[in-house]
Design a protein around this ligand. Structure first.
Ligand SMILES: CN1c2c(nc(N)[nH]c2=O)NC[C@@H]1CNc1ccc(C(=O)N[C@@H](CCC(=O)N[C@@H](CCC(=O)N[C@@H](CCC(=O)O)C(=O)O)C(=O)O)C(=O)O)cc1
Ligand SMILES: N[C@@H](CCS)C(=O)O
Length: 453
């Protein structure tokens, strides 16, 4: 089975599709997650329980559900991602109460509750499969590594399982053979025609379409799947389950999986040797804080409350033009360095005028604070159009960490030393930290993140 789905239901968008006869699943944030993910207004008592608003919220859900039913919806999806959090019994009870209250309004509809981003605890799973009025459960089987076992132990007869086997939060091609065997095992538990192949979560978190990537080489591209490719993977898995396996598609996927496992581009013996040689003491500084403070004070002689700024100064239109033209080989490296140095000088002068104690160079040479440092490291690949939402309407292009990471040459020394040469005051060196780089990149999924760090 295969559905089109919308991340959010807006009646104006969804209804015309229904009227056109497109099998559209309206998606709403579920009532309990809606409340648990909300914040009380300013000034509200700390003891106020958001869940006490459930009786006020449920009638509004009833209204929306009735409208969707009247518009011809046959399925409706409620996202309840908070079910994967560590919830107490009162919070779990809120799910039971909310769906019991909605049961009669939901009657006649197929109702899917979707959870994602982690494993469900056994208690949460028990609550989920006990919800009234619900016909289907959507589970994240990528980040939820133990959830498959819960399904195998106990799954209600006659209900649907939406098995999220295609990773919605990353850019790697699915291991189709492995997913197919997971799906076949689940089909034996939930029954034929009751298993729906799905992504693990919304595709909002991944880049849009690999077709737009003109600069990635063919080998790396063969290892990747963006949103458009993930939909094809879901479809191929569903067809294979139904006995119409596209052998050519599965074999080229298997070849890409094998090439990723064995590619010398992924492994760097020197990095692995260095990582293996790390000892517990390497994770601790040789000196304690007070010794370091003394040494710092001797060298810098800072006042009691020294002033500094976080690093970047405004990126002007002119600076962006210079960077763009340098990248496009429209201006020489000499002209580029000259323009950036001029900007650093301006920023240094301004901070001296303002009597700042510890200066920064303003970071005019960089685009994004993760992309730029990734560009200085090996083991990273970059997209030209792999934008994903960061917040609101703001987007970033996360780098792709595909191999062992190393630093082929100094990354910041030139700019930092140039800046330091312009002032007698201390100049901070600037680096995006490793954990931030990791969390704001698409990371390899063939190693635990602790090893990547
Ligand atoms: C601090 N944050 C960051 C996060 N993740 C990161 N990877 N980086 C971060 O800084 N996560 C948490 C927060 C989120 N904060 C923000 C804040 C602002 C934005 C934002 O404004 N995004 C812009 C895109 C900005 C961008 O990357 N611009 C590029 C230029 C892109 C472009 O059009 N290129 C031109 C070339 C121009 C050039 O200067 O080279 C071209 O192709 O022609 C840039 O500045 O270099 C947005 O529009 O959404 C996001 C997250
Ligand atoms: N040095 C970085 C820190 C961002 S939180 C900057 O100033 O952009």
């Amino acid at each position: 089975m295969f559905f089109l789905s919308y991340y959010e239901t807006w009646m104006l968008t969804v209804c015309p599709h229904m009227q056109l006869g497109v099998d559209t699943v309206p998606v709403l944030i579920g009532p309990v997650s809606y409340l648990l993910l909300s914040k009380p207004a300013k000034g509200v008592e700390k003891t106020f329980s958001l869940l006490s608003l459930l009786p006020k919220v449920i009638p509004i859900y009833k209204e929306v559900i009735s409208e969707l039913k009247a518009a011809g919806a046959s399925w409706i999806q409620f996202d309840e991602p908070t079910l994967v959090l560590d919830l107490d019994s009162q919070q779990l009870q809120a799910f039971t109460a909310a769906y019991a209250d909605l049961e009669s309004t939901l009657s006649g509809l197929n109702v899917l509750i979707e959870t994602y981003f982690a494993d469900l605890t056994p208690e949460a799973y028990k609550t989920l499969i006990g919800l009234k009025g619900v016909t289907a459960y959507g589970l994240d089987l990528v980040r939820g590594t133990q959830t498959t076992d819960l399904v195998k132990k106990d799954f209600p007869k006659g209900k649907y399982l939406f098995a999220g086997v295609v990773d919605g939060r990353n850019i790697w091609a699915n291991d189709l053979a492995s997913s197919l065997s997971t799906l076949q095992a689940l089909e034996a538990v939930v029954g034929k025609d009751k298993l729906v192949v799905s992504t693990s979560c919304s595709l909002l978190h991944t880049a849009v379409d690999l077709v737009n990537e003109t600069k990635l080489d063919d080998e790396i591209k063969s290892w990747l799947a963006f949103a458009a490719q993930k939909v094809v993977e879901v479809n191929a898995l569903a067809k294979a389950l139904a006995g119409q396996k596209d052998e050519a598609f599965f074999s080229s996927n298997a070849a890409a999986q094998a090439s990723r496992k064995s590619s010398p581009r992924v492994t760097n013996a020197a990095v692995q040797k260095a990582a293996d040689a790390l000892k517990g003491s390497d994770h601790r500084r040789a000196t304690n804080v007070s010794a370091r403070l003394d040494a710092q004070q001797k060298k810098l002689n800072l006042p009691i409350l020294p002033t500094t700024t976080i690093g970047s100064f405004p990126q002007t239109v002119e600076l962006r033009r210079v960077r763009r033209e340098f990248k496009a080989n429209k201006i020489s490296e000499d002209d580029y360095v000259k323009a950036i140095k001029e900007e650093i000088k301006k920023v240094v002068n301004l901070q001296e005028e303002l009597d700042i104690d510890v200066l920064v160079h303003g970071e005019p040479e960089r685009n994004d604070m993760v992309e730029y440092f990734g560009e200085q490291l090996s083991g990273f690949a970059f997209t030209v159009n792999g934008w994903v939402q960061s917040y609101g309407s703001r987007c970033v292009k996360p780098p792709i960490i595909y191999g062992d990471v190393s630093r082929p040459k100094a990354m910041t020394v030139f700019w930092s030393s140039t800046a330091q040469s312009m002032t007698k005051r201390p100049m901070k060196g600037m680096l995006t930290g490793p954990v931030t780089i990791l969390n704001w990149s698409f990371v390899r999924n063939d190693q635990p993140s602790m090893i990547i760090v």
